[in-house]
Ligand binder design. Structure first.
Ligand code: GTP
Length: 320
């Protein structure tokens, strides 16, 4: 960070002593009020094979009811299921859109690969990837640690960049860096409530005891929920817009001929490229119009000749 004094000198900014109360200290409140009025939106894409526990996890996270019926393992292709919910916590409205894959992983067919490639394009992530281990109650504690390391090693060796909880904000640096160490989160989903002592808790009841979804000694569900919805929601959205969407937009523009530098490596202005493209398009339209006109004239001439021929033949036959 540039020290305040040197930045002021550089930009030649003078510090003024205020004579009265201006009121611009309310600026943050204005932003908060505006955001609360508009409401927030958050999109989640949940990818995993059929029956992995995606819907149950989403329902447990948001107290929704998206599990209508089981999907078949024998679908010919992969589909996306989109569900939108309006959630409210105190006076904050959240429009949540959850997209889940249906039929993914049953057959590594073309569509499945497409979805994978849309999320992870040649190692460059196009979305914030948060890896999870589902049904973590089906694996022992020791095996889980080995499994976590194995997954992380595979992600690294395949060059897949996952989302890192940010550590540049003092207030969240400590918790976020410790959470980065816990990835992938091993989660359990369950909508059932069971009695533990005198309390009712969300959990899976087994002959040997209860797995409590919200007990941090049992699984990482609370860690996932806190990281996703309490600590880093805004950062996740910001990274999506400023990094992933910008990267996607840039690639799309490059594909249709918009580049930052010309063949001589000199920077090109967007306006110049736009004008050139517009001229090219205009010329192409003119060419096509000329071609159409030419074809039309030819057809008219052909018809005229045919008409005259027919007329001639008709007059001969009437003479006879
Ligand atoms: P499709 O929508 O059919 O692709 O499946 P899905 O991935 O959404 O799985 P779903 O949530 O429907 O769960 C499938 C089955 O796994 C159900 O019987 C759930 O009760 C069970 N299940 C879900 N989460 C867990 C979990 O954390 N642990 C265990 N043991 N079972 C789970």
């Amino acid at each position: 960070e540039v020290p305040r004094g040197s930045r002021q000198k550089e930009e030649n900014i003078r510090c003024l002593t205020m004579l009265g109360h201006f009121g611009f200290e309310c600026l943050p409140h204005q932003l908060v009020n505006k955001s609360i009025q508009q409401g927030f939106s958050f999109n989640i894409l949940c990818v995993g094979e059929t029956g992995l526990g995606k819907s149950t996890l989403i329902d447990t996270l948001f107290n929704t009811n998206s599990r209508e019926k089981k999907s078949s393992h024998f679908r010919p292709n992969v589909e996306l299921k989109i569900q939108t919910y309006q959630l409210q916590e105190s006076n904050v409205q959240l429009k949540l859109t959850v997209v889940t894959t249906v039929g993914y992983g049953d057959q590594m067919n073309k569509e499945a690969r497409d979805i994978l490639h849309k999320g992870v394009g040649k190692g460059v992530a196009m979305v914030n990837i948060i890896p999870l281990i589902a049904k973590a109650d089906t694996i022992s504690k020791n095996d889980l640690q080995t499994f976590k390391s194995k997954i992380m090693n595979e992600l690294i060796s395949n060059g897949i960049q996952i989302y890192q909880f940010p550590t540049d904000d003092k207030t969240t640096a400590q918790v976020n860096s410790s959470m980065n160490e816990h990835l992938p989160f091993a989660v359990v989903g369950c909508m059932d409530e069971v009695k533990v002592g005198k309390r009712m808790v969300r959990g899976r009841l087994y002959p040997w005891g209860v797995l409590q979804v919200e007990n941090e000694n049992h699984c990482d569900f609370v860690k996932l929920r806190d990281m996703l919805l309490c600590t880093n929601t805004e950062h996740l959205k910001e990274v999506t817009h400023t990094k992933h969407y910008e990267c996607y937009r840039r690639c799309r523009l490059q594909k249709i001929g918009f580049t930052d530098v010309g063949p001589d490596n000199q920077p090109l202005s967007f306006q110049e490229i736009y004008e050139t493209k517009r001229k090219e398009f205009h010329e192409q339209c003119q060419r096509e119009e000329e071609e159409l006109k030419h074809k039309f004239m030819q057809r008219v001439m052909e018809k005229e000749i045919a008409f005259k021929e027919a007329e001639k033949e008709a007059s001969i036959s009437s003479l006879i």
